[in-house]
Design a protein around this ligand. Structure first.
Ligand code: NAD
Length: 454
C-alpha cells in the first residue's frame, strides 16, 4: 500500500505518514456515502441545519488544534492558520442558515401549475489543493452537505491531516457515518478514481488549470457536474490619484501572503507612470518588513514554500542572477524557503505571464486608464484583482472592465464566505461561497400538476 509522507515544510521533518486510498476503497466509500446521503436528504431541513451548526461549533471548539495542524503540514503562519480554521466554522454556520431557505417556485400555466424542487445531487467529490487545505476543503463541503449531499473529500497528497481531522470532528458532532469521508491519496490514483466513479454526481475541483482541464474532460464522459477553481495571475492597479502610502503598505501581503501560493495573489503590480518611482520607494521597505521565519511565531508574516519541488518551480522562473527590483531575505538551512522578490515585468520573461505560485511579483508602469485595463486583461486568467484610486467613477469603471471574478477597490480582500467567488476565462467555471452556494449542489426538478377538471 502506498504511503503518503507529510512533511513540515519549515523543518523538513516528517509529521505523519498516511495510507493512500485505493480505487477499490474509493468504490466502497462511494457506496457508504450513497447510503448515508439517502437518510441525510430525508431529514427535516431544520434537523439538517441543527446538525451542521453542531459541526460548526465542534470546529470552533477545536480551532487551535486545526490551526496548529495547518501550521505543521502546510507551513502557514499561525495567525493565518487561525483565520483559516475560523473560516471553516463560519462557512458551516452560513451553510446551515441556507438549509431552510433552499426552496423552489410555483409557476402557473394554462391547465395547471408547476412546482420546482431543489433536489440534492447525491455524492459529491471535493478535490482540494495544498495551498489552503482547510478553508478550501470546506468551501465545497459545507454547502454540498447543507443541500443534502454526501461528500468525499480528497485533500492534496502533501496536506491530508486537517481534512482527516475535519471528517473526525463531523462524526463526533453527530453527522451520520459515511456522510463526510476524507480519502487521502494522489491525484493519479485516488483523484482519478473519484472523478471516474459513476456514483459521483459532481466534482468540485480546486487546483491548477492544467489538472482542471483534464478533470473537466473526464467529467464530460458521464456528463458530471463540475465546479472548477483554477489558477490566477491577478493585477494590482495603482492609479496616480490613489492613497499611495496605503497602496504600497498593503501590496506586499497581496502577493506574499501564503508565500505567494495563493490563487488570488496580486502578482502583477501595474503602476501609473507619474507615481511609479514614488510607489517603488514606498514598496521596498514594506517588502523587507514582511518577515519570513518560524510559522509558529505570531510575528512571522511569511512561511516557507510547501515543498522542495515547489521551490524548484519558483527558482526555475527566477534566474539566480536575474536583476530584481526588490529582493528580500529568507531563512537559511532546513525548510523550503524562498525570498520575497519583485521583478521588472519587461525583463521577467515567463514570470510575468505564468502563475509562479511563489513570493514573486512583477511591476510595470502604465500611461493611462485604457492601457491599465488592457494590461490587466492581457492574461489567460481572470480570478481577481485590485484597483487603487480615490475616484469612485474610475474605481467602478475599471472594476467592470477587468475580466475577473473578484475585484477589490482600495483593498486586496477577495474571499468572504457570504459573497460569490470564482474565475473568468481559464481561472475556472462556476462560483463557490455566497448566496448561491447551496443551489450549485442541487438539480432543479419541475413537476407539472394538471388542475383542469376534465
Ligand atoms: P494540483 O492541480 O496539482 O492539485 C490539486 C488537487 O488535485 C490535489 O488534491 C491533487 O492531488 C488533485 N489531482 C491532481 N491530479 C489529478 C487528477 N488527474 N485527477 C484528479 N485529481 C487530481 O494543484 P495544487 O498544486 O495542489 O494547487 C495549486 C493550484 O491551485 C494553483 O494553480 C492555484 O492557483 C490553484 N488554486 C485555485 C484556487 C481558486 O479558488 N481558484 C484556490 C486555491 C488554489
Amino acid at each position: 500500500m502506498h504511503q503518503l509522507r507529510v512533511v513540515n515544510p519549515a523543518t523538513e521533518e516528517t509529521v505523519a505518514t498516511v495510507a493512500e486510498t485505493t480505487p477499490e476503497e474509493v468504490g466502497r466509500a462511494v457506496a457508504r456515502a450513497r447510503e448515508a446521503q439517502r437518510g441525510w436528504a430525508a431529514l427535516a431541513p431544520a434537523d439538517r441545519a441543527r446538525l451542521l451548526r453542531r459541526f460548526a461549533s465542534a470546529v470552533d471548539g477545536r480551532l487551535e488544534e486545526l490551526a496548529l495542524l495547518e501550521v505543521r503540514e502546510a507551513g502557514h503562519p499561525i495567525g493565518n492558520a487561525r483565520w483559516e480554521a475560523g473560516n471553516v466554522r463560519d462557512l458551516l454556520d452560513y451553510a446551515a442558515g441556507g438549509v431552510e431557505r433552499l426552496t423552489g417556485q410555483q409557476i402557473p400555466v394554462a391547465g395547471g401549475v408547476n412546482l420546482t424542487f431543489a433536489e440534492p445531487l447525491g455524492v459529491v467529490a471535493v478535490i482540494a489543493p495544498w495551498n489552503f487545505p482547510l478553508p478550501i476543503a470546506a468551501w465545497g463541503t459545507a454547502p454540498a452537505l447543507a443541500a443534502g449531499n454526501a461528500v468525499l473529500l480528497k485533500p492534496a497528497e502533501t496536506t491530508p491531516l486537517t481534512a482527516l481531522l475535519l471528517a473526525e470532528i463531523a462524526l463526533e458532532a453527530g453527522l451520520p457515518e459515511g456522510l463526510l469521508q476524507t480519502l487521502p491519496g494522489t491525484g493519479a490514483v485516488t483523484g482519478e478514481a473519484l472523478v471516474d466513479h459513476p456514483g459521483v454526481a459532481k466534482v468540485v475541483f480546486t487546483g491548477s488549470t492544467a489538472v482542471g482541464k483534464r478533470i473537466m474532460a473526464r467529467c464530460a464522459e458521464g456528463v458530471k457536474r463540475v465546479t472548477l477553481e483554477l489558477g490566477g495571475k491577478s493585477p494590482n492597479l495603482v492609479f496616480a490619484d490613489a492613497d499611495l502610502e496605503r497602496a504600497a503598505a498593503s501590496a506586499p501581503a497581496s502577493f506574499l501572503d501564503n508565500t505567494g501560493q495563493d490563487c488570488c495573489a496580486r502578482s502583477r503590480i501595474l503602476v501609473e507612470s507619474s507615481v511609479y518611482e514614488r510607489f517603488m520607494e514606498l514598496l521596498e521597505p514594506a517588502v523587507h518588513a514582511f518577515t519570513a521565519g518560524d510559522p509558529a511565531d505570531p510575528e512571522t508574516r511569511m512561511g516557507p514554500l510547501i515543498s522542495a519541488a515547489q521551490r524548484e518551480r519558483v527558482r526555475s522562473y527566477v534566474a539566480e542572477d536575474a536583476p530584481a527590483a526588490i529582493r528580500a531575505t529568507a531563512p537559511a538551512g532546513k525548510g523550503f524557503w524562498y525570498p520575497a522578490t519583485v521583478l521588472e515585468a519587461a525583463g521577467a520573461g515567463a514570470a510575468a505571464v505564468d502563475e509562479v505560485f511563489g513570493p514573486v511579483a512583477t511591476v510595470q508602469p502604465f500611461g493611462d486608464e485604457a492601457e491599465a485595463v488592457e494590461l490587466a486583461n492581457a492574461t489567460r486568467y481572470g480570478l481577481s484583482g485590485s484597483v487603487w484610486t480615490r475616484d469612485a467613477g474610475r474605481a467602478l469603471r475599471v472594476s467592470r472592465a477587468v475580466a475577473a471574478g473578484n475585484l477589490s477597490v482600495n483593498s486586496h480582500a477577495s474571499v468572504r464566505y457570504a459573497t460569490p467567488f470564482g474565475g473568468y476565462k481559464e481561472s475556472g467555471l462556476g462560483r463557490e461561497l455566497g448566496p448561491g452556494a447551496l443551489a450549485a449542489f442541487t438539480e432543479t426538478k419541475n413537476v407539472f400538476i394538471a388542475t383542469d377538471a376534465g
